[in-house]
Ligand binder design. Sequence first.
Ligand code: AMP
Length: 254
Amino acid sequence: MNVQNNNDRAEWLQGPPAVCSVKPGEARTPWRLVLLGAPGVGKGTQADLLHQRLGACHLSTGDVFRAAGSRSDCDQTPAMRAAVEYMRRGALVPDLTVWEMVRERSGCIGCRGGFLLDGFPRTLVQAEALKQYMETEHLALTAVVDYELPLEEIVARLSGRRTCEKCRSVFHVSSLPSGDQAPCPRCGGKLYQREDDRPESIAVRLEAYRRSTAPLIQFYKNLGLLVSVAATGSPDEICDRTIAALESAVAARS
Ligand code: AMP
């Protein structure tokens, strides 16, 4: 099954009044998923693969802040400028700013194509805000996938991660023939290390995860929505495992 659409996610990445170039097809039962897991566990890669298989859009709050960070200062609201500064330090952006940003893009939450939320919610306050909003709109999450990986592997993945300036593809230095200095194997563009993947930011991000995001596992377990998936093996293996786990969770409920 491959239901990828060519949606550029303009409504999500740029916010209103931007509109997506192609709307995702209306799914009969849209997948509305939250992807949880520590930074570096591979949620972004999985969201891209799941998008190809399930059709739902990859909605990453980190992508919105990075897109804002690459705009000129005068094109940013003061709240967004402050949010980008938190991101650069590896700290969490305040809940109110994050929720206002998501609320502004609520069309993506209600989209009939479904969604794959990556990096949101990240605190109990954000999870409650999403739950209340979805209840008001008579929407329901299909499931919450929690990707599990040992801490040492998370640190190794984050510190070796490189992103292409041009096509945004993500690689690990260990997979590149000339290591750190290699050009992008996909388009030849320059690879760079995300500012928040530097050692000093990694420590801050992992601590923020432990303190603020890990409690969401219990929150969603209590709601009967949690599906745990081991994030070991190749991206395709993890994606197959995710879809099998989701299908069996959905079947068990019906
Ligand atoms: P990510 O790409 O999901 O790792 O996010 C990159 C950075 O953006 C995080 O380290 C935070 O600084 C910020 N960020 C993204 N999503 C959120 C969120 N839901 N709550 C608070 N900060 C966030």
